[in-house]
Design a protein around this ligand. Structure first.
Ligand SMILES: Nc1ncnc2c1ncn2[C@@H]1O[C@H](COP(=O)(O)OP(=O)(O)OP(=O)(O)O)[C@@H](O)[C@H]1O
Ligand SMILES: [Mg+2]
Length: 324
């Protein structure tokens, strides 16, 4: 396995109390595989990714338990210098907001080239040529001319392509894309997503794709992990999950995507709000919103039940959900 997160716990100590943002997350990604991580805002998707990348805000954040294995190596005991080396060359992250992730006062060619100068010891001239090559690769028109332009001179979609180019520069084995298209127009979203999926296949990278849009993952992901209140409530191959969810929360998410064949029908969003991470409900954290909750759900935390070999559900009543 390329990346394996095992029983990860992360909390934030704030003036108001301790927010338990990640509460026992385990997931894995193989080379060439795309794992979509899905869940409402605040479910711990980004914090988990930051822990993997080694860019968690510490303090207030703290990893209290767990392991992160990358290419078989446990990352958590490593020194910052070693983590930095792995970042970029081993794994890279694509953020939602390219404009704030890119340096506004450096032309994109210098920013892309910097990767090769710092990590590969290339000359400025060779690095510039590499930058143009990368811009071509992410299909930025007239790359050789545009390499001298600054981030603000590009459209949102083009800037996101530059972010992708930056992440790909050192051909990392793993990419984590955190809502890479959320800030873009719908049509541009699809183009950027397609590009990312294509490059991932071509380079055989592992991809962790964080999103709260179930609509975009069907075409690109192999597996899905659905998060709720810092836990994975269901993980499954995409097609199995779409065919029949094994968790009421997943069912709620699926029911809330607009479908062409359901035109005119009312959308059924999940009622209520996610819990405060300072006061996660006992038992199953989803029980206050669950239409099928029973007494046991209010008291007993559901373990990840094995639905089948490569599928887990943290619902005491996953059987009923699956067949309901
Ligand atoms: N720097 C921080 N300081 C304090 N608490 C934080 C910090 N970063 C995250 N948290 C806590 O962790 C929770 C989970 O955050 P996270 O960013 O992982 O959510 P998410 O699932 O990525 O949501 P979104 O879809 O909105 O990006 C937040 O609701 C917040 O309580
Ligand atoms: Mg996030």
């Amino acid at each position: 396995m390329l990346l394996e997160v095992r029983d990860l716990h992360v909390e934030f100590r704030t003036r108001d109390g301790v927010a338990k943002a990640v509460n026992g997350v385990s997931y894995g990604v193989d080379a060439g595989e795309t794992l979509a991580v899905l869940g409402e805002s605040g479910s711990g998707k980004s914090v988990t990714a930051q822990a993997v990348m080694g860019i968690l805000d510490v303090p207030p954040g703290r990893i209290t338990h767990g392991e992160i294995l990358f290419q078989g190596r446990d990352l958590l005991p490593l020194k910052e210098e070693e983590r930095r080396r792995i970042r970029g060359a081993g794994m890279a992250m694509i953020f939602q907001d390219a404009l704030s992730a890119l340096n506004p006062v450096l032309c994109v060619g210098d920013q892309l080239g910097e990767m090769f100068v710092v990590h590969r010891g290339m000359s400025r001239k060779d690095a510039r040529a590499k930058a143009v090559e990368l811009m071509d690769r992410v299909r930025i028109p007239a790359a050789a001319q545009r390499v001298r332009d600054y981030p603000h001179q590009f459209s949102g979609g083009m800037r996101q392509r530059i972010m992708i180019a930056m992440a790909l520069a050192l051909e990392p084995a793993l990419i984590i894309a955190d809502e890479p298209t959320t800030a873009l127009d719908v049509t541009v979203q699809a183009q950027v997503m397609d590009l990312l999926a294509e490059l991932q296949r071509e380079l055989g990278m592992g991809l962790v794709l964080i999103t709260h849009d179930l609509g975009v993952v069907a075409d690109v992901a192999d597996r899905i992990a659905v998060m709720y209140a810092g836990r994975i409530v269901e993980s499954a191959p995409v097609h199995d999950l779409y065919k029949a969810p094994a968790h009421p929360y997943t069912r709620g998410l699926l029911d809330s995507i607009p479908r062409l064949d359901h035109k005119g029908r009312e959308l059924r969003a999940i009622k209520g709000l996610p819990p405060s991470l300072m006061h996660i409900p006992p038992g199953c954290a989803f029980h206050p919103r669950c239409p099928t909750a029973q007494d046991v759900c209010r008291t007993d935390v559901p373990p990840p039940y094995e639905v089948d070999e490569d599928r887990r559900s943290a619902c005491h009543f996953w059987r009923e959900c699956l067949h309901g």
